[in-house]
Design a protein around this ligand. Structure first.
Ligand code: BGP
Length: 469
C-alpha cells in the first residue's frame, strides 16, 4: 500500500535498546551470584565464555550515562535469576538485588523507562540439575522469583517481560543450550514448553495483583514465514511452520489456549504434553497487556518431501537445524541478502510480521530485539564506522513506520543491542551494539566504551522522534 503521508511516531514512543544479563554483565561469581546454565559455557574454538562479558555489572553507571547521551527513552534488560536467588529457589542474595536496585534508580534519574525481562536463557544451574523446566517445581521457583522482583522493583518498573524467546528454547534448544550433550527429546521439550506457559500465566496474574499500572507480556522471536512459491503445498508448509514456530506461543499468551492446528500436530507426532488439572484455567485467566516481539529475519519454506531429509542445517550452521520431517522443508529466498554471519536481512519482512501479529492479536507491540551482528573494527583514530548498521536500521525503522501507518499499535522499539556483548553462541566478534566495547574474544583489554557512528545516527533519530525515517 502506498500512503500519501506516513504517520508520526507517537510522542511517548519508547525508543530504546536491549541487552540480557548473562551476555552483558560479567561478574559471574561476584557478590554471591549463583551459577546459571550459561556459566557452564567454556571458551572453545577461541570463542569467549560469559565470565566477564562487557563488565556491565561494574560499569553500569557509565553505561547508563551513555544511554542518556544516546537519548534512550527505554532500556530493556534482563535480571539474572541466579544473581538474586543463587540456587534458583530459597535464599535471596541481597547484594544481587542491590545491583538491580541501583541500576533501576540510575535509569529513572535519567528518565529512561526500565523494561525488565524476568528470565532470559539463564536458568539457575541448581534448577537445571533438578530437571529444569521438566520439573513442575521450577514453575513455583519462577513464581517466587518474580514475586520477589515485583515486591522490590514493582514501585518503579512498570513494563515486564515474562520469558525471552521461549519458542527458540523449544525449537532450537542447541542454539541456546550450553550443554550440547543430552538435549531433551521433542516430547520433553513440549512438556517444558507447557510448564513455561503455566509459569508465565501465573506471573502475569501476579504482576497485575501486585503492581499498580504494571504491564506484562511475552517476548518470543516472531517472524512471517514465506512460502517458497505460489504452489499450494508450499503455502500449507509455510502455514505449518508459522503456527508451530510463532502462533502457538502468542495464541497461548493472548487467547489462553493451544493453537488447534499445533495441538493436532503435537498429537500426531506424539509430542503432546501432559496438562495438569487447573493448568488451562490459569493460562486462560492471564491477561497479556502488550507483546514483545524479537524480530531478526524471515524464513522461507517449501512443502516437506518426507524423504528423511526435510531437516537440514541453516546455511551450513549446525547449531540451528531447520525443517521437520513431513511438516515443512527450509528453502532459499533469492530475494534477500545475508549478513556476514549468514542471517537473512529482511526489513520489509518486519512490516509483514508486525501486521500479522497486530491483525491476530490487536495489542500494543514493542519490538524487543532487532539488529545486525557484524565484526566491527576500531580504526586507529578510535572510531567505528558501522555504516552497514546505520543502513540496516534506516530500513528497519522505515518499515516500522510503515507498519505504524498500516495501523499497527507499535509503542516501542528496542534494537539489539545497546552495547557490544557476547553473542548467544558466536562469541564477542559478532557485535551488535551502538557502543563498541574495546575487548577481543580472548583479550579483555580496557573494556573501554566507544561510541560507534551508529550511536550518533540513532541519537539524531531519537532526537527527531523518527521524523526523517
Ligand atoms: C536472540 C536472543 C539474544 C541475542 C540475539 C542475537 O535470539 O534473545 O539473547 O543473542 O538473539 O543472537 P546471536 O547472539 O546468536 O547473534
Amino acid at each position: 500500500m502506498y500512503y500519501k503521508k506516513l504517520k508520526e511516531f507517537p510522542k511517548d514512543f519508547l525508543w530504546g535498546a536491549s541487552t540480557s544479563a548473562y551476555q552483558v554483565e560479567g561478574a559471574y561469581q561476584t557478590d554471591g551470584k549463583g551459577l546459571s546454565v550459561q556459566d557452564l559455557h567454556k571458551s572453545v574454538n577461541g570463542i569467549t565464555d560469559f565470565k566477564v562479558a562487557s563488565d556491565h555489572y561494574h560499569r553500569y553507571k557509565e553505561d547508563v550515562s551513555l544511554m542518556a547521551k544516546l537519548g534512550m527513552k527505554a532500556y530493556r534488560f534482563s535480571i539474572s535469576w541466579s544473581r538474586v536467588i543463587p540456587e534458583g529457589t530459597g535464599a535471596v542474595n541481597e547484594a544481587g538485588l542491590k545491583f538491580y536496585d541501583n541500576l533501576i534508580n540510575e535509569l529513572l534519574v535519567n528518565n529512561i523507562e526500565p523494561i525488565v525481562t524476568i528470565y532470559h536463557f539463564d536458568l539457575p544451574l541448581k534448577l537445571h540439575e533438578n530437571g529444569g523446566w521438566s520439573n513442575r517445581q521450577t514453575i513455583d521457583a519462577y513464581v517466587d522469583y518474580a514475586k520477589l522482583l515485583f515486591e522490590r522493583f514493582g514501585d518503579r518498573v512498570k513494563y515486564w517481560l515474562t520469558i525471552n524467546e521461549q519458542n527458540v528454547m523449544i525449537n532450537h534448544p542447541n542454539a541456546v543450550y550450553p550443554i550440547d550433550s543430552d538435549l531433551p527429546s521433542k516430547k520433553e521439550l513440549y512438556q517444558q514448553n507447557h510448564n513455561m506457559f503455566v509459569a508465565a500465566a501465573k506471573v502475569t496474574n501476579l504482576c497485575h495483583s501486585m503492581i499498580k499500572d504494571g504491564k506484562i507480556g511475552p517476548a518470543p522471536n516472531i517472524t512471517a514465514i514465506y512460502p517458497a512459491s505460489s504452489k499450494p503445498e508450499d503455502i500449507v508448509a509455510a502455514d505449518n511452520w508459522e503456527n508451530i514456530r510463532c502462533w502457538l506461543y502468542l495464541d497461548m499468551a493472548v487467547y489462553g489456549r493451544y493453537n488447534p492446528f499445533v495441538w493436532n500436530y503435537l498429537e500426531e507426532k506424539g509430542y503432546e504434553p501432559t496438562i495438569y488439572s487447573g493448568d488451562m484455567e490459569i493460562i486462560k485467566s492471564a491477561q497479556t497487556d502488550f507483546l514483545g516481539v524479537n524480530y531478526y529475519a524471515t524464513a522461507t519454506v517449501s512443502a516437506a518431501k518426507n524423504d528423511g531429509n526435510d531437516c537440514q542445517p541453516r546455511h551450513g550452521d549446525q547449531q540451528v537445524m531447520l525443517g521437520e520431517e513431513g511438516v515443512y522443508r527450509s528453502a532459499e529466498n533469492p530475494n534477500l541478502e545475508l549478513t556476514k554471519f549468514n542471517w537473512i536481512i529482511d526489513s520489509v519482512g518486519m512490516r509483514t510480521t508486525l501486521r500479522r501479529v497486530s491483525s491476530r492479536y490487536d495489542l500494543p507491540i514493542i519490538i524487543t530485539e532487532n539488529g545486525l551482528g557484524s565484526e566491527d573494527k576500531l580504526t586507529i583514530d578510535g572510531k567505528v564506522h558501522d555504516d552497514y548498521r546505520i543502513e540496516y536500521f534506516e530500513k528497519h525503522f522505515h518499515q516500522a513506520r510503515l507498519a505504524l501507518t498500516d495501523g499497527v499499535n507499535l509503542i516501542g522499539y528496542c534494537p539489539w543491542s545497546f552495547e557490544d556483548l557476547v553473542s548467544t553462541h558466536q562469541g564477542y566478534k559478532k557485535r551488535y551494539g551502538f557502543v563498541y566495547i574495546n575487548r577481543l574474544e580472548n583479550d579483555l583489554k580496557e573494556l573501554e566504551r566507544i561510541k560507534k557512528d551508529s550511536f550518533y545516527w540513532y541519537q539524531s533519530v531519537i532526537h527527531n522522534n523518527g521524523a526523517n525515517i
